[in-house]
Design a protein around this ligand. Sequence first.
Ligand SMILES: C[S@@+](CC[C@H](N)C(=O)[O-])C[C@H]1O[C@@H](n2cnc3c(N)ncnc32)[C@H](O)[C@@H]1O
Length: 291
Amino acid sequence: MTIHEILEWARGVLEQAGVENTRGNAEHLLDHCLGIDRTARFFVRHERVLSSTEEDAYRRLVARRADRTPLQYLLGKAPFLNDDFVVDERVLIPRPETEQVVEVAIRLLRAEESVVVPVILDIGTGSGAIAVSLAKALQAKVWASDVSLDALEVAQTNLQQLKVEEQVTLVHGDLLRPFHALKLEGRVDLVISNPPYIPHGTVDQLAPEISQHEPRGALDGGVDGCDFYRAIVPAAILFLKPGLGWLILELGDGLAKAVGEVIRDQPELSEPRVFPDLNGKDRVIVAKREQ
Ligand SMILES: C[S@@+](CC[C@H](N)C(=O)[O-])C[C@H]1O[C@@H](n2cnc3c(N)ncnc32)[C@H](O)[C@@H]1O
């Protein structure tokens, strides 16, 4: 088959399976199979005939995409801010919404003139996207936890590939618990997290790419989606520098009010501020430890 023919075939298969943007998916997978990038594709002639090995490999990838495996898992990478992160089914695919959370954090910490090397805790690091991006942007020292050993393996690969092993330390365990052993209480400039926040009853209603392929433990936020906020907010206070430390959390859809109340329940924390994402949805909530 020629490139033109197989792309047409792939688009048909993907359309039948209900995949969105069939053209983009078909082309990305073919680029991946042929080991070329987007620019090189421009020069590849559509009448070129694929070898049988190339064709077989491509058909297998298209079949997996038709089974609604996310494109990023098939490509083995996902872009996040300035870098590509290695991803597979062991970690949540980092999202553009989370880039906004990181950008808010960078802005707030850059404005703190007294902070030279920020000390940061990233809770539920997954692929390490938040931890790595903050380490690079702020020359920060970051400790990042995850309860999933599988996720930490992927994060370790990203630390190595993006050359921040000296700056980011991965720890295994539940939320902020592992940080007690590191004696970080009262020394932290920022506690940040994109916790699991999908209400338990709605996880199965998400697109199959998410509900059937991304790790459940990265999605399910309990009955109302707020379980992790209720656990993280009070536990974070002890670690934040009094009068200085920031708490920054990604918000699930419609959770700004409930999480705001969780924060207001803590007298040490300032009145929370909420920032929207690029779609205008409340996405980031921020508070400072005042005392
Ligand atoms: C929504 S994902 C966020 C991943 C990554 N930070 C990002 O923004 O792309 C939530 C992460 O929290 C982790 N997690 C779930 N429960 C946890 C717990 N009790 N303690 C630490 N991490 C947890 C999951 O394994 C997952 O990696």
